[in-house]
Design a protein around this ligand. Structure first.
Ligand code: NAD
Ligand code: UGA
Length: 456
């Protein structure tokens, strides 16, 4: 059966499945720039939807500029709901923006992306769809997933037709709104058939309402899916490259920031993403590279897999190295040593702590006997405790009576007698710490003369 053009000539209603760090901000901006389209963001997580519908100063995601965009659109052409069926039925175009974590079971465990939530979404759409729809992959997915999504959709549905587009998201947290409003490029992959091209042009129109057409690239589906994994791998590779050199700087007396500047001034290399750090975090770099490694192995490309795997290995090494420096400074035993951890978010200007280096480093230091206090201006105590119970191998419950972690509400609550401060996130308010009053291990290179700074 041919794709019935007339049924979806105009996009009037968009549904986005997944109201997370991508779905929320992306749909807010699409709604802001397309007042003629009604955008409904749905999620199975009722608390999250309630928070999106709640006070603007307490949205579930902290992003500079986000509350202003939501204020402008919410209740007008932007809606947040748990009524997934209605939103699917009403929409001509449906974005899938659900989480795709690393698999923790079965084939590909520890490497491949877990596509459970994507498959569930596709099944849900297929089951309740009442007409032909354009489905947009917004989640980051392994190359050739569109094929599987289409199979699931068509198996579930009763004769409806679906065009599946790949439209990966390149925003970074902390600058999401700016990245969306002023994207370097938008990528739309679709089938190179008449109906595929028509679907591409409908999505292109939506972005063209605020971005110049030259920045909207159209490709085949597989190039689009793979470009997203490749972009994240290349960005993370730059960080691991500079972090690996920071170790050599510490041995030789060279200074990593001077190296970054010298290297980055070569216009072929460029200055961005060369900031040495305690290691990259965030929900995506590690998971996307591990997924790439899995894909390479799946296609029998062992050497290519090993090349990219090394980016993650160096990142683990960097976190480990930083923690070891602290342990060694105190002679290998941290019993009765009080350490203040500044920063739990994986980078500044976000309340997200997924895969944050702080989680690993705090555990290591705690396991060496340290007494720990933690401060982050945006990540709540309950979130930090949740990370500890979910990701530490060590069972904090067994220690917390004797050695409870203290959570500070403000930076001025730092214990003046703390044995050392560790800066793990580059929040502005940490930059003015008095380096003469404290022993500081600076994992973000934001202090002039700390006791220890990554890469000198
Ligand atoms: P997230 O965990 O913040 O949000 C995903 C949401 O999907 C959750 O609220 C979850 O409840 C919901 N969900 C899961 N299954 C569902 C279902 N069947 N029906 C309805 N809702 C469902 O994740 P995120 O950070 O927004 O990432 C989403 C995708 O975008 C991932 O593939 C990620 O790799 C990619 N991505 C993320 C970023 C980022 O900065 N976080 C940037 C670019 C791309
Ligand atoms: C990253 C990419 O930058 C986005 O383009 C992509 O869309 C997103 O992943 C994704 O797919 O999720 P994000 O993880 O939000 O965005 O933030 P980044 O600014 O890339 O920072 C990632 C980590 O690298 C942070 O821990 C940051 O502190 C660290 N980093 C970054 C460095 O250590 N050095 C640098 O020079 C840059």
């Amino acid at each position: 059966m041919a794709f019935k053009k007339t049924k979806i000539m105009k996009i009037k209603n968009i549904c986005c499945i997944g109201a997370g760090y991508v779905g929320g901000p992306t749909m807010s901006v699409i709604a802001l720039k397309n007042f003629q389209i009604t955008v409904t963001v749905v999620d199975i997580n009722k608390d999250r939807i309630d928070a999106w519908n709640g006070p603007l100063d307490n949205l579930p995601i902290f992003e500079p500029g986000l509350s202003e965009v939501v204020k402008e659109t919410r209740g007008k052409n932007l809606f947040f709901s748990t009524d997934i069926d209605s939103a699917i039925k009403k929409a001509e175009m449906i974005f899938i923006s659900v989480n795709t974590p690393t698999k923790t079971y079965g084939e590909g465990k520890g490497f491949a992306s877990d596509l459970t939530y994507v498959e569930q979404s596709a099944r849900h759409i297929g089951r309740v769809a009442n007409g032909d729809k354009i489905i947009v992959e917004k989640s980051t997915l392994p190359v050739r997933t569109a094929e599987k999504i289409k199979e699931v959709l068509e198996a579930e549905s009763r004769g409806n037709k679906f065009e599946v587009l790949s439209n990966p998201e390149f925003l970074a947290e902390g600058t999401a709104i700016e990245d969306l409003l002023n994207a370097d490029r938008v990528l739309i992959g679709g089938e190179q058939t008449a109906t595929g091209k028509e679907a591409i042009s409908k999505l292109l129109e939506i972005y063209a309402s605020w971005l110049p057409k030259e920045r909207i690239l159209t490709t085949n589906v597989w190039s689009s899916e793979l470009s997203k994994l490749a972009a994240n791998a290349m960005l993370a590779q730059r960080i691991s490259s500079i972090n690996s050199l920071s170790a050599l700087c510490e041995k030789t007396g060279a200074k990593i920031d001077e190296l970054s500047k010298a290297i980055g001034m070569d216009s072929r290399i460029g200055p961005k993403f060369l900031k040495a750090s305690v290691g990259f975090g965030g929900s995506c770099f590690q998971k996307d590279i591990l997924n790439l490694v899995y894909l390479c192995k799946f296609y029998g490309l062992e050497e290519v897999a090993e090349y990219w795997h090394q980016v993650v290995k160096i990142n683990d090494y960097q976190k480990e190295r930083f923690a070891n420096n602290v342990v060694n400074y105190f002679g290998g035993d941290l019993s009765n040593i009080k350490l203040t951890i500044l920063g739990w978010a994986f980078k500044a200007n976000t309340n997200d702590s997924r895969e944050s280096a702080s989680i690993f480093i705090a555990e290591k230091l705690f396991s060496f006997g340290a007494i720990i206090e933690i401060y982050d201006p945006m990540v709540s105590k309950s979130k930090i405790l949740n990370d500890i119970s979910e990701y530490w191998m060590l069972d904090y419950d067994n220690y917390k009576i004797k050695r409870p972690i203290k959570f500070l509400k403000k930076i001025n609550q730092i214990d003046k007698k703390t044995n050392a401060i560790l800066i793990l996130t580059e929040w502005d308010e940490f930059k003015t710490l008095d380096e003469k009053s404290f022993i500081i291990f600076d994992g973000r290179k934001i202090i002039g003369n700390p006791t220890f700074s990554i890469g000198n």
